[in-house]
Write a protein that binds this ligand. Structure first.
Ligand code: SF4
Length: 335
């Protein structure tokens, strides 16, 4: 990545473990490190249960980190903070939720839902300014001022997601975590919401962490993409590089599951099929966590955790196939 670009977030060795009982922990996020640059969209992808939503929430401090740091403009979000400092983080970092049905208070009018953050952070001086700012936000997300006096149940799924976006924008954030913001919507509406997010990013110089379970969903919106598996980061690359040359067997399998519209290409392309379910994050496999499903697994994969290394510029991968200390075993098997 361009060294001139400013890092907005530096996530280092972040862990979030949930206590299950006296002796066991669910290791939802287990030592992930990556940067997010100002103005970019970083797509975070993986199957359900891989830890991506927990990672997003821990970055925002909606969950306390078990270990590791999240530096936002150079300050650790998880460090000891005064109420004033926490309020500043809460304003600058916002979230758009997956389920527009559940994330809006049904007893509040749309106007009050959108204005709540502005009230908390004292961003408007009087009622008139509040109303005019709400109307402006409604227009920004493709709704109109008449919508402000209605209640969430009067809107479609796509419109409710627009209300959620207006609510996040109301406090002028720098960074937004969008947690599967389109997966609960009809396919016909998904592109509209993605286009709206892209426009807002451009107009408001926003930085996004865009979480999705499917690589095809993040392709058009992300500058870079991280692929998570069972609490670990498997691969990070620019969007173009990841789709053109996926390195990790898990990424290759995710990509080969996306249908291609050209029937000839679809019929002849090589597929990597992964068998079985994701193992439990309470008791993950030793060594590489993907080894129980990986078609290329070697003996070393059971005993040594792969380093997350920059295999080529801006393309990081955690797999022994790309580590000369270990991949002899793979080569000598005649592969
Ligand atoms: Fe597969 Fe081994 Fe690479 Fe893990 S480290 S992805 S098991 S080859």
């Amino acid at each position: 990545m361009d060294n001139q670009r400013e890092k907005l977030l530096e996530i280092k060795h972040l862990k979030k473990h949930f206590k299950i009982d006296r002796n066991s922990y669910l290791k939802a996020v287990d030592d992930i490190s990556f940067d997010i640059y100002k103005g970019e969209t970083f797509g975070l992808v993986g199957e359900s249960g891989c830890g991506k939503s927990t990672a997003g929430r821990t970055i925002l401090r909606l969950y306390e980190a078990t270990d590791g740091t999240v530096n936002f403009y150079g300050e650790n979000v998880h460090g000891k903070k005064s109420k004033k400092e926490l309020k500043k983080f809460n304003r600058s970092m916002q979230m758009i939720f997956q389920d527009p049905y559940a994330s809006l208070n049904p007893r509040m009018t749309v106007k009050d839902i959108i204005a709540e953050g502005m009230d908390i952070h004292g961003l408007v001086k009087n009622k008139q300014e509040r109303t005019s700012r709400v109307n402006e936000l409604l227009e920004t997300v493709g709704l109109n001022s008449d919508h402000g006096n209605r209640y969430p149940h009067e809107f479609s799924g796509g419109q409710r997601q627009r209300i959620g976006i207006a609510r996040a924008l109301a406090v002028n954030p720098d960074f937004i975590v969008a947690d599967e913001p389109i997966s609960a919507l009809d396919v016909s509406i998904q592109a509209q919401v993605v286009n709206l997010l892209k426009k807002l990013q451009h107009d408001h110089e926003l930085t996004f962490l865009f979480i999705a379970h499917d690589l095809s969903m993040v392709k058009h919106i992300s500058d870079r993409v991280g692929v998570m598996y069972l609490g670990n980061m498997a691969e990070i690359a620019t969007s173009d590089d990841l789709y053109a040359e996926p390195l990790h067997p898990y990424t290759q399998a995710l990509l080969s599951a996306i249908p291609i519209s050209d029937p000839e290409v679809e019929r002849t392309r090589e597929r990597i099929v992964i068998e079985g379910d994701v193992p439990s994050p309470i008791n993950p496999p030793s060594g590489c966590r993907f080894r129980t499903r990986c078609p290329f697994a070697m003996d070393v994969c059971a005993s040594v955790i792969p380093d997350f290394q920059e295999y080529k510029q801006d393309h990081w991968v955690a797999c022994h196939l790309y580590d000369d200390r270990y991949n002899e075993e793979y080569k000598t098997k005649g592969n």
